[in-house]
Write a protein that binds this ligand. Structure first.
Ligand code: SF4
Length: 402
């Protein structure tokens, strides 16, 4: 759940950039996103020894190198063969914006022209990259801007890994640091529901976690789901990453409206899946995301019911002040109510920070992500409607005589 550029505010740093110049790559095989076995198979197919895959893996994912001729441990003869057949790419950057609060957002234009957004939210000496898993989303959560888009398609593993690699390009964070990192965490919380694109997401995260490449620990990766219950167990068993759940309501009646997948997998099922999530324990608590909607889900009774529901689950809460977007039907809870809500959860023994909104000026905050092209179409429609209304108002005689 997230998104793009505000028409209300021009951020102080906006860079229009294009993908790095390269030779015609249309016929070439993209190496980013291939598993180690697939990479070895590609090398075998051009007559190279499979062990070369280890070297190439190091250059691609540890060094971040895209130019075969600079891969110095690989023979010059092989450079040419690789460049002829393969490419090491990134999603093209259609727009890069940096917020007043230093959050950074990229609008990536994919090879087929579709667009997705990625956000980096820096803290003092670290930060989380919020990555998209789908173009659009099929789940229509009513508080979420992305939910107003239709699902266009799933992203490939290469496009998912590529978002993180492009973000690291932007900060020059190559080779992969062995100590502290600026881009230290990943949250699969951008556009789309990651568990509805599980195979590609799992493949991408395995690449990202591989110790000889990007080497980001599973403890630094959080996958956020709106409640695709049948895949939650698999995610925990196979990937062992942290889990976040978009909860947002304490009754099925309300959750059916806010997060419509609840009709298929109601609260009882969802909470049972959380109770048995393999890697959840007191050191690695499940995060329950709870967007604060004025007069909708923010009462003291809601907070108390929340405490009752999560009994026995190692959880922490993340209270998200609602970030309005054009056309949204909700308002953000007022500060007093949010504090009261948080205090009840705190008194119940849970951590429940109220998230400080980041990147609001570039519509990069939670629940605001949506592709620029969609917004452009919406803006054009709005302009056409305004023109029609203006014509109707300025030509009353015609409308009455017709
Ligand atoms: S909150 Fe997540 S799952 Fe729901 S519509 Fe938005 S992107 Fe999709």
């Amino acid at each position: 759940m997230k998104s793009a550029m505000s028409t209300l505010h021009t951020p102080e740093q906006t860079a229009e950039t294009s993908p790095p110049a390269s030779a015609d790559t249309s016929a070439k095989i993209e190496l980013v996103g291939l598993s180690r076995d697939e990479l070895a198979a590609e090398l075998t197919a051009i007559g190279e020894k499979p062990f070369r895959a280890k070297q190439l893996w190091h250059w691609i994912y540890h060094q971040g190198e895209r130019d075969f001729s600079r891969m110095t441990t690989i023979s010059k003869a092989m450079h040419g063969a690789l460049a002829e057949k393969f490419t090491v790419g990134r999603p093209g950057i259609a727009r890069e914006q940096t917020s007043e609060d230093t959050s950074r957002k990229w609008l990536f234009r994919l090879d087929d022209g579709n667009e997705v957004e990625t956000v980096f939210i820096p803290e003092e000496d670290r930060g989380a990259v919020c990555i998209s898993s789908q173009v659009g989303c099929s789940l229509t959560c009513t508080f979420c801007h992305t939910g107003t888009m239709k699902l266009v398609r799933n992203l490939t593993a290469g496009e998912i890994v590529g978002q993180f690699m492009a973000a690291r390009d932007s900060y020059g964070e190559w080779p992969s640091p062995t100590g502290d990192r600026l881009l230290s965490n990943i949250v699969m919380m951008g556009m789309g529901e990651p568990l509805l694109n599980y195979e590609a997401v799992a493949k991408a995260l395995r690449i990202i976690m591989d110790g000889e490449g990007i080497a980001l620990s599973k403890r630094r990766i959080t996958l956020s789901t709106s409640g695709v219950v049948p895949l939650m167990d698999r995610c925990g068993e196979e990937l062992g990453v942290n889990l976040a759940v978009s909860l947002h309501a304490v009754s099925d009646e309300l959750r059916d409206v806010l997060v419509p997948i609840n009709k298929k997998h109601p609260l009882k099922e969802l909470l049972a899946a959380c109770r048995r999530y393999p890697s959840a324990n007191n050191a690695r608590r499940i995060t329950f995301e709870y967007v604060m909607l004025k007069g909708v889900n923010d009462s003291e009774a809601d907070a108390r019911e929340l405490l009752r529901l999560v009994k026995g689950i190692p959880v922490k809460f993340n209270l998200i002040p609602f970030n309005p977007w054009p056309g949204s039907a909700y308002e953000c809870s007022n500060a007093k109510d949010m504090k009261k809500f948080a205090a009840i959860l705190n008194d119940g023994g849970f951590s429940a920070p109220i998230r400080v909104p980041r990147g609001r000026d570039i519509l990069a905050a939670c629940g605001q992500l949506k592709s620029a092209s969609e917004r452009d179409v919406a803006a054009l429609r709005e302009a056409a409607r305004a023109r029609k209304a203006e014509q109707a108002n300025t030509t009353p005689e015609r409308t009455t005589t017709e």
